[in-house]
Design a binder for this molecule. Structure first.
Ligand SMILES: Nc1ncnc2c1ncn2[C@@H]1O[C@H](COP(=O)(O)OP(=O)(O)OP(=O)(O)O)[C@@H](O)[C@H]1O
Ligand SMILES: [Mg+2]
Length: 308
Protein backbone atom coordinates (compact mmCIF):
# COMPACT_ATOMS: atom_id res chain seq x y z
CA UNK A 1 0.00 0.00 0.00
CA UNK A 2 1.29 3.42 -0.89
CA UNK A 3 0.03 5.32 2.15
CA UNK A 4 1.97 8.43 1.29
CA UNK A 5 -0.14 8.98 -1.78
CA UNK A 6 -3.44 7.88 -0.26
CA UNK A 7 -3.28 10.60 2.37
CA UNK A 8 -3.46 13.35 -0.22
CA UNK A 9 -6.63 13.94 -2.08
CA UNK A 10 -4.79 14.39 -5.34
CA UNK A 11 -1.31 13.38 -6.42
CA UNK A 12 0.35 13.97 -9.76
CA UNK A 13 3.31 11.70 -10.35
CA UNK A 14 5.70 12.75 -13.05
CA UNK A 15 2.90 13.62 -15.44
CA UNK A 16 3.97 14.25 -19.02
CA UNK A 17 2.09 15.15 -22.16
CA UNK A 18 3.47 15.09 -25.63
CA UNK A 19 1.40 16.36 -28.56
CA UNK A 20 2.70 15.96 -32.11
CA UNK A 21 6.15 15.13 -30.82
CA UNK A 22 6.29 18.23 -28.66
CA UNK A 23 6.53 17.82 -24.90
CA UNK A 24 3.97 20.25 -23.49
CA UNK A 25 3.93 19.02 -19.90
CA UNK A 26 7.37 18.00 -18.74
CA UNK A 27 7.00 15.83 -15.67
CA UNK A 28 4.72 17.50 -13.15
CA UNK A 29 4.58 16.12 -9.60
CA UNK A 30 2.66 17.67 -6.74
CA UNK A 31 -0.04 16.86 -4.20
CA UNK A 32 -3.18 18.62 -3.04
CA UNK A 33 -4.59 18.15 0.46
CA UNK A 34 -8.14 17.72 1.58
CA UNK A 35 -9.97 21.01 2.21
CA UNK A 36 -7.27 23.01 0.51
CA UNK A 37 -7.69 25.71 -2.12
CA UNK A 38 -4.79 25.15 -4.47
CA UNK A 39 -3.85 27.65 -7.15
CA UNK A 40 -2.35 26.91 -10.49
CA UNK A 41 -0.59 30.02 -11.64
CA UNK A 42 1.19 30.61 -14.89
CA UNK A 43 1.33 32.80 -17.97
CA UNK A 44 -0.63 32.06 -21.16
CA UNK A 45 0.47 28.80 -22.69
CA UNK A 46 2.12 27.53 -19.49
CA UNK A 47 0.14 24.30 -19.56
CA UNK A 48 -2.54 24.94 -16.93
CA UNK A 49 -5.50 23.87 -19.05
CA UNK A 50 -3.64 20.87 -20.46
CA UNK A 51 -2.80 19.65 -16.95
CA UNK A 52 -6.37 20.20 -15.80
CA UNK A 53 -7.72 18.31 -18.80
CA UNK A 54 -5.57 15.35 -17.84
CA UNK A 55 -6.67 15.47 -14.18
CA UNK A 56 -10.35 15.50 -15.08
CA UNK A 57 -9.93 12.74 -17.67
CA UNK A 58 -10.54 14.78 -20.81
CA UNK A 59 -7.08 14.02 -22.14
CA UNK A 60 -4.77 11.02 -21.84
CA UNK A 61 -1.45 11.18 -20.04
CA UNK A 62 1.61 10.41 -22.13
CA UNK A 63 3.51 9.34 -19.01
CA UNK A 64 3.12 9.27 -15.23
CA UNK A 65 -0.04 8.83 -13.19
CA UNK A 66 -2.70 10.85 -11.41
CA UNK A 67 -4.17 9.55 -8.16
CA UNK A 68 -7.53 10.95 -7.03
CA UNK A 69 -8.43 9.95 -3.49
CA UNK A 70 -6.42 6.76 -3.81
CA UNK A 71 -7.70 5.85 -7.28
CA UNK A 72 -5.31 5.80 -10.21
CA UNK A 73 -6.63 7.47 -13.32
CA UNK A 74 -4.79 4.84 -15.37
CA UNK A 75 -6.00 1.76 -13.49
CA UNK A 76 -9.44 2.93 -12.35
CA UNK A 77 -10.49 5.78 -14.63
CA UNK A 78 -14.15 5.73 -13.57
CA UNK A 79 -13.31 5.60 -9.87
CA UNK A 80 -10.88 8.49 -10.14
CA UNK A 81 -12.94 10.77 -12.35
CA UNK A 82 -16.19 10.24 -10.43
CA UNK A 83 -14.78 12.17 -7.49
CA UNK A 84 -14.14 15.29 -9.51
CA UNK A 85 -16.37 18.21 -10.38
CA UNK A 86 -14.95 20.57 -12.96
CA UNK A 87 -15.44 23.50 -15.26
CA UNK A 88 -12.82 23.50 -17.98
CA UNK A 89 -12.86 26.63 -20.08
CA UNK A 90 -16.59 27.39 -20.55
CA UNK A 91 -19.36 25.67 -18.60
CA UNK A 92 -21.56 23.64 -20.94
CA UNK A 93 -25.24 24.54 -20.71
CA UNK A 94 -28.46 24.43 -22.64
CA UNK A 95 -29.26 28.09 -23.16
CA UNK A 96 -32.89 27.50 -24.15
CA UNK A 97 -33.62 25.68 -20.87
CA UNK A 98 -33.93 27.29 -17.46
CA UNK A 99 -31.15 27.03 -14.93
CA UNK A 100 -33.21 24.56 -12.97
CA UNK A 101 -33.89 22.38 -16.02
CA UNK A 102 -30.18 22.33 -16.73
CA UNK A 103 -29.48 21.08 -13.23
CA UNK A 104 -32.23 18.45 -13.54
CA UNK A 105 -30.71 17.29 -16.80
CA UNK A 106 -27.33 16.96 -15.16
CA UNK A 107 -28.82 15.20 -12.13
CA UNK A 108 -30.33 12.54 -14.40
CA UNK A 109 -26.86 11.66 -15.59
CA UNK A 110 -25.51 11.21 -12.08
CA UNK A 111 -26.67 8.67 -9.56
CA UNK A 112 -28.23 9.80 -6.32
CA UNK A 113 -28.73 13.52 -6.97
CA UNK A 114 -32.05 14.36 -5.30
CA UNK A 115 -34.31 17.39 -5.85
CA UNK A 116 -33.44 18.47 -2.31
CA UNK A 117 -29.79 18.45 -3.30
CA UNK A 118 -30.54 20.66 -6.29
CA UNK A 119 -32.33 23.14 -4.05
CA UNK A 120 -29.47 23.12 -1.59
CA UNK A 121 -26.91 23.81 -4.28
CA UNK A 122 -28.99 26.56 -5.91
CA UNK A 123 -29.19 28.29 -2.57
CA UNK A 124 -25.50 27.80 -1.96
CA UNK A 125 -24.55 29.66 -5.14
CA UNK A 126 -27.26 32.29 -4.59
CA UNK A 127 -29.27 31.68 -7.75
CA UNK A 128 -32.72 31.18 -6.15
CA UNK A 129 -34.24 34.30 -7.67
CA UNK A 130 -33.30 33.44 -11.28
CA UNK A 131 -33.11 29.67 -11.36
CA UNK A 132 -36.42 29.31 -13.26
CA UNK A 133 -35.38 31.79 -15.96
CA UNK A 134 -33.86 30.63 -19.23
CA UNK A 135 -30.08 30.48 -19.23
CA UNK A 136 -29.92 32.70 -22.32
CA UNK A 137 -31.17 35.57 -20.13
CA UNK A 138 -28.35 35.10 -17.60
CA UNK A 139 -25.39 37.39 -17.17
CA UNK A 140 -21.92 35.90 -17.36
CA UNK A 141 -21.69 35.88 -13.57
CA UNK A 142 -24.99 33.99 -13.29
CA UNK A 143 -23.77 31.43 -15.80
CA UNK A 144 -20.63 30.97 -13.79
CA UNK A 145 -22.72 30.40 -10.69
CA UNK A 146 -24.90 27.89 -12.49
CA UNK A 147 -21.78 26.14 -13.74
CA UNK A 148 -20.50 25.95 -10.20
CA UNK A 149 -23.85 24.60 -8.98
CA UNK A 150 -23.76 21.96 -11.70
CA UNK A 151 -20.33 20.68 -10.88
CA UNK A 152 -20.90 20.37 -7.12
CA UNK A 153 -24.27 18.57 -7.48
CA UNK A 154 -22.76 15.11 -7.09
CA UNK A 155 -20.71 16.14 -4.02
CA UNK A 156 -17.28 15.78 -5.58
CA UNK A 157 -14.25 15.53 -3.31
CA UNK A 158 -12.24 17.62 -5.72
CA UNK A 159 -13.47 20.69 -7.53
CA UNK A 160 -11.43 22.02 -10.43
CA UNK A 161 -12.09 25.34 -12.10
CA UNK A 162 -10.04 26.60 -15.01
CA UNK A 163 -9.91 30.39 -14.84
CA UNK A 164 -13.16 30.70 -12.87
CA UNK A 165 -13.10 34.46 -12.67
CA UNK A 166 -12.49 35.10 -16.36
CA UNK A 167 -14.73 37.92 -17.51
CA UNK A 168 -16.27 38.60 -14.12
CA UNK A 169 -16.49 42.02 -12.52
CA UNK A 170 -14.89 42.63 -9.11
CA UNK A 171 -18.13 41.79 -7.28
CA UNK A 172 -18.47 38.55 -9.23
CA UNK A 173 -14.86 37.67 -8.54
CA UNK A 174 -15.33 38.21 -4.84
CA UNK A 175 -18.44 36.06 -4.91
CA UNK A 176 -16.69 33.11 -6.58
CA UNK A 177 -13.80 33.51 -4.19
CA UNK A 178 -16.10 33.42 -1.16
CA UNK A 179 -17.94 30.39 -2.53
CA UNK A 180 -14.78 28.43 -3.13
CA UNK A 181 -13.38 29.23 0.29
CA UNK A 182 -16.68 28.22 1.84
CA UNK A 183 -16.75 24.89 -0.03
CA UNK A 184 -13.24 24.11 1.18
CA UNK A 185 -13.90 25.19 4.75
CA UNK A 186 -17.42 23.87 5.33
CA UNK A 187 -17.52 20.87 3.02
CA UNK A 188 -13.88 19.88 3.20
CA UNK A 189 -13.71 19.97 -0.58
CA UNK A 190 -10.33 20.34 -2.21
CA UNK A 191 -10.39 23.04 -4.83
CA UNK A 192 -7.99 23.69 -7.68
CA UNK A 193 -8.23 26.96 -9.55
CA UNK A 194 -6.07 28.19 -12.36
CA UNK A 195 -5.39 31.76 -13.20
CA UNK A 196 -2.82 34.14 -14.52
CA UNK A 197 -4.22 36.83 -12.23
CA UNK A 198 -1.86 36.85 -9.33
CA UNK A 199 -3.49 39.32 -7.00
CA UNK A 200 -6.63 37.24 -7.11
CA UNK A 201 -4.93 33.92 -6.38
CA UNK A 202 -3.36 35.51 -3.36
CA UNK A 203 -6.78 36.14 -1.86
CA UNK A 204 -8.28 32.80 -2.77
CA UNK A 205 -5.65 30.11 -2.27
CA UNK A 206 -3.87 28.37 0.56
CA UNK A 207 -1.03 27.28 -1.68
CA UNK A 208 0.03 28.24 -5.15
CA UNK A 209 1.96 26.26 -7.72
CA UNK A 210 3.74 28.34 -10.30
CA UNK A 211 3.97 26.66 -13.67
CA UNK A 212 5.79 27.78 -16.75
CA UNK A 213 6.49 26.04 -20.07
CA UNK A 214 5.00 22.82 -18.71
CA UNK A 215 7.22 22.73 -15.66
CA UNK A 216 6.63 23.31 -11.99
CA UNK A 217 8.71 26.26 -10.92
CA UNK A 218 7.71 26.62 -7.30
CA UNK A 219 5.00 25.79 -4.75
CA UNK A 220 4.41 28.29 -2.00
CA UNK A 221 2.18 28.72 0.98
CA UNK A 222 0.42 32.02 0.26
CA UNK A 223 0.82 33.42 3.76
CA UNK A 224 4.51 32.71 3.75
CA UNK A 225 5.40 34.69 0.79
CA UNK A 226 3.02 37.52 1.37
CA UNK A 227 4.20 38.19 4.90
CA UNK A 228 7.92 37.60 4.68
CA UNK A 229 8.52 39.92 1.89
CA UNK A 230 8.79 43.64 1.65
CA UNK A 231 5.81 45.19 -0.02
CA UNK A 232 5.06 48.55 -1.53
CA UNK A 233 3.58 51.28 0.63
CA UNK A 234 2.09 54.35 -0.90
CA UNK A 235 2.31 57.49 1.21
CA UNK A 236 0.05 60.45 0.62
CA UNK A 237 1.70 63.46 2.16
CA UNK A 238 1.95 67.22 2.11
CA UNK A 239 5.00 68.88 0.51
CA UNK A 240 8.21 67.06 1.36
CA UNK A 241 11.21 69.06 2.55
CA UNK A 242 14.82 67.99 3.17
CA UNK A 243 13.52 64.61 4.23
CA UNK A 244 13.35 63.73 0.51
CA UNK A 245 17.02 62.83 0.51
CA UNK A 246 16.57 60.49 3.50
CA UNK A 247 13.63 58.82 1.77
CA UNK A 248 15.51 58.41 -1.46
CA UNK A 249 18.82 57.32 0.03
CA UNK A 250 17.62 55.03 2.78
CA UNK A 251 14.34 53.85 1.33
CA UNK A 252 14.83 54.20 -2.42
CA UNK A 253 11.55 56.11 -2.43
CA UNK A 254 9.88 56.76 -5.77
CA UNK A 255 8.12 60.12 -5.91
CA UNK A 256 4.49 60.30 -7.02
CA UNK A 257 2.12 63.21 -7.50
CA UNK A 258 0.60 62.49 -4.09
CA UNK A 259 3.75 61.73 -2.13
CA UNK A 260 5.95 58.68 -2.57
CA UNK A 261 6.09 54.90 -2.74
CA UNK A 262 8.59 52.77 -0.87
CA UNK A 263 9.30 49.09 -0.39
CA UNK A 264 9.33 48.20 3.28
CA UNK A 265 8.10 45.71 5.85
CA UNK A 266 5.12 46.45 8.05
CA UNK A 267 7.44 47.06 11.03
CA UNK A 268 9.23 49.88 9.19
CA UNK A 269 6.12 51.99 8.75
CA UNK A 270 5.75 53.55 12.24
CA UNK A 271 9.36 54.75 12.10
CA UNK A 272 8.90 56.32 8.71
CA UNK A 273 5.68 58.05 9.79
CA UNK A 274 7.38 59.29 12.96
CA UNK A 275 10.26 60.68 10.94
CA UNK A 276 7.88 62.49 8.58
CA UNK A 277 5.92 64.05 11.44
CA UNK A 278 9.13 65.01 13.16
CA UNK A 279 10.09 66.88 10.00
CA UNK A 280 6.69 68.56 9.89
CA UNK A 281 5.51 66.73 6.81
CA UNK A 282 1.74 66.11 6.88
CA UNK A 283 0.76 62.45 6.41
CA UNK A 284 -2.71 61.92 4.94
CA UNK A 285 -2.63 58.20 4.31
CA UNK A 286 -0.40 55.15 4.07
CA UNK A 287 -1.60 52.30 1.91
CA UNK A 288 -0.11 48.85 1.54
CA UNK A 289 -0.07 47.74 -2.08
CA UNK A 290 0.09 44.00 -1.88
CA UNK A 291 2.06 43.13 -4.94
CA UNK A 292 4.56 40.78 -3.45
CA UNK A 293 3.16 37.70 -5.11
CA UNK A 294 3.04 39.39 -8.47
CA UNK A 295 6.53 40.73 -8.04
CA UNK A 296 7.75 37.33 -7.01
CA UNK A 297 5.99 35.63 -9.89
CA UNK A 298 7.43 38.04 -12.42
CA UNK A 299 10.83 37.80 -10.81
CA UNK A 300 10.80 34.01 -11.12
CA UNK A 301 9.39 33.81 -14.62
CA UNK A 302 11.55 36.63 -15.97
CA UNK A 303 14.67 35.08 -14.52
CA UNK A 304 13.80 31.77 -16.13
CA UNK A 305 13.03 33.46 -19.40
CA UNK A 306 16.45 35.04 -19.51
CA UNK A 307 18.19 31.75 -18.70
CA UNK A 308 16.43 29.96 -21.54
N1 LIG B 1 -4.28 20.05 -28.75
C1 LIG B 1 -3.12 20.70 -28.78
N2 LIG B 1 -2.28 20.56 -29.84
C2 LIG B 1 -1.10 21.19 -29.88
N3 LIG B 1 -0.64 22.01 -28.91
C3 LIG B 1 -1.43 22.20 -27.85
C4 LIG B 1 -2.70 21.56 -27.72
N4 LIG B 1 -3.26 21.94 -26.55
C5 LIG B 1 -2.37 22.78 -25.99
N5 LIG B 1 -1.28 22.95 -26.75
C6 LIG B 1 -0.10 23.78 -26.44
O1 LIG B 1 0.30 23.48 -25.11
C7 LIG B 1 0.76 24.63 -24.44
C8 LIG B 1 -0.01 24.79 -23.16
O2 LIG B 1 -1.36 25.16 -23.44
P1 LIG B 1 -2.46 25.34 -22.31
O3 LIG B 1 -3.74 25.62 -22.96
O4 LIG B 1 -2.38 24.18 -21.39
O5 LIG B 1 -1.91 26.62 -21.56
P2 LIG B 1 -2.59 27.48 -20.40
O6 LIG B 1 -1.58 27.57 -19.30
O7 LIG B 1 -3.92 26.95 -20.06
O8 LIG B 1 -2.69 28.92 -21.08
P3 LIG B 1 -3.84 30.06 -20.97
O9 LIG B 1 -3.47 30.91 -19.79
O10 LIG B 1 -3.65 30.82 -22.24
O11 LIG B 1 -5.16 29.39 -20.85
C9 LIG B 1 0.60 25.78 -25.41
O12 LIG B 1 1.84 26.02 -25.99
C10 LIG B 1 -0.40 25.25 -26.42
O13 LIG B 1 -0.19 25.84 -27.66
MG1 LIG C 1 -5.85 27.73 -20.18
Amino acid sequence: MRRDIYEHLLALENVKKTINGKEIIKGLSFTVNEGEVFGFLGPNGAGKTTTIRMIVGLMRLSEGDIIVNGKSIKKDFEGAVRQIGAIVENPEMYKFLTGYQNLLQYARMHEGVSKAKIDEVVKLVGLEARIHDKVKTYSLGMRQRLGLAQCILHDPKLLILDEPTNGLDPAGIKEIRDHLRMLARDKGMSVIVSSHLLSEMELMCDRIAIIQSGELIDIQQVNDFVQQEQINYEFETGPLNEIVSWLQDKWKAKMTNKGFVIQATREDIPNIVRELIHNEVDVFSVEAISKSLEDRFLEITTRLGSEA
